[in-house]
Write a protein that binds this ligand. Structure first.
Ligand code: SF4
Length: 234
C-alpha cells in the first residue's frame, strides 16, 4: 500500500525544488507582478505539489501548471480554464467531490484519482524545455513508485504521453517508443499491466475550438474506470 506520509514528504521536497533556474525565476516573477484580476491574491509561486487520493488507481498526468492557475492557487488545475473543464468532468465521473475548483482549501476531495504533471513549475508559453522536463522526471519516478495501487495513467496531451513513455524507458519496462503513438483515446498496456490512456489536453485552445468536448473527455474517464476495474489486470 502506498504511504500517504511518504507522498506528503515527497510533495514537500517538490515544493522546495530549485533545479530549473529559468522556471523558478519565471514563477517568482509572475507571482510578484500578478494578473490584474488577481492583484489582491497572494500567488503560490512555487513548484505545484500533486493532489489526490494516495490509494488512487488512476493518475491524471498533466503538462505543467498554468502561470495564473495553479502557480497562483498551489493546486493542480485549480483556478484556470483547464481546471474549469477538468473538474466538472471528474465530478460527473465520480472522482471529484465537487465540480468547481477555486482554491487549494476549498474542500475538494478526489477519490481513486491522483493528479500531477510532467513539469511542476509553470513554464513561459506553457512550454517547458526538454532539459526542464528531464530535470523534473525524477519526481515522477519517485511518485509513481509510491502510488502502489495505480492501474491507469490518463495522459493529458502529447507531452504527458511522451513523459510517461520516458518513465517506462527509464524503468526498463519498454525498450523503445516504437509502437506507441499519441492520439485522442489511444490505449496501451505496459508489460507491468499499467494502462496508458491518451487524451487531448483540456487547454482552452482545445476546448474552446471543440477539438476536445465534454462528452469526449467524460468518455475518457469512464474508460479509465473500466480499465482500472479490468478483471484481466494482473
Ligand atoms: S520544473 Fe520540476 S525540476 Fe524544475 S524547478 Fe520545477 S519542480 Fe524542480
Amino acid at each position: 500500500m502506498g504511504s500517504p506520509s511518504a507522498l506528503q514528504v515527497l510533495n514537500e521536497r517538490i515544493i522546495a525544488c530549485e533545479r530549473c533556474a529559468r522556471l523558478r525565476a519565471y514563477c517568482t516573477e509572475v507571482a510578484a507582478v500578478r494578473r490584474r484580476a488577481y492583484a489582491d491574491q497572494e500567488y503560490w509561486g512555487r513548484p505545484v505539489p500533486s493532489f489526490g487520493d494516495p490509494e488512487a488507481r488512476i493518475l491524471v498526468l498533466g503538462l505543467a501548471p498554468g502561470a495564473h492557475g495553479s502557480n497562483r492557487t498551489g493546486r493542480p488545475f485549480t483556478g484556470d480554464g483547464s481546471g474549469d473543464f477538468l473538474y466538472p468532468v471528474l465530478h460527473e465521473a465520480g472522482f471529484a467531490s465537487q465540480p468547481r475548483a477555486f482554491h487549494r482549501e476549498d474542500d475538494m476531495r478526489l477519490t481513486d484519482l491522483w493528479i500531477n504533471s510532467v513539469a511542476r513549475c509553470a513554464p513561459p508559453g506553457n512550454k517547458p524545455t526538454p532539459e526542464e522536463l528531464r530535470n523534473c522526471a525524477p519526481w515522477l519516478d519517485e511518485e509513481l513508485s509510491l502510488l502502489t495501487q495505480l492501474r491507469v495513467v490518463v495522459c493529458l496531451g502529447r507531452i504527458a504521453f511522451e513523459g510517461l513513455l520516458a518513465w517506462a524507458l527509464r524503468t526498463g519496462q519498454i525498450a523503445s517508443r516504437a509502437g506507441f503513438t499519441f492520439s485522442h483515446g489511444a490505449e496501451y498496456t505496459l508489460p507491468s499491466g499499467l494502462h496508458m490512456l491518451a487524451t487531448y489536453h483540456p487547454s482552452l485552445q482545445n476546448t474552446n475550438t471543440g477539438k476536445l468536448t465534454r462528452p469526449m473527455f467524460l468518455a475518457i474517464f469512464e474508460r479509465a474506470r473500466q480499465l482500472a476495474d479490468h478483471p484481466a489486470y494482473p
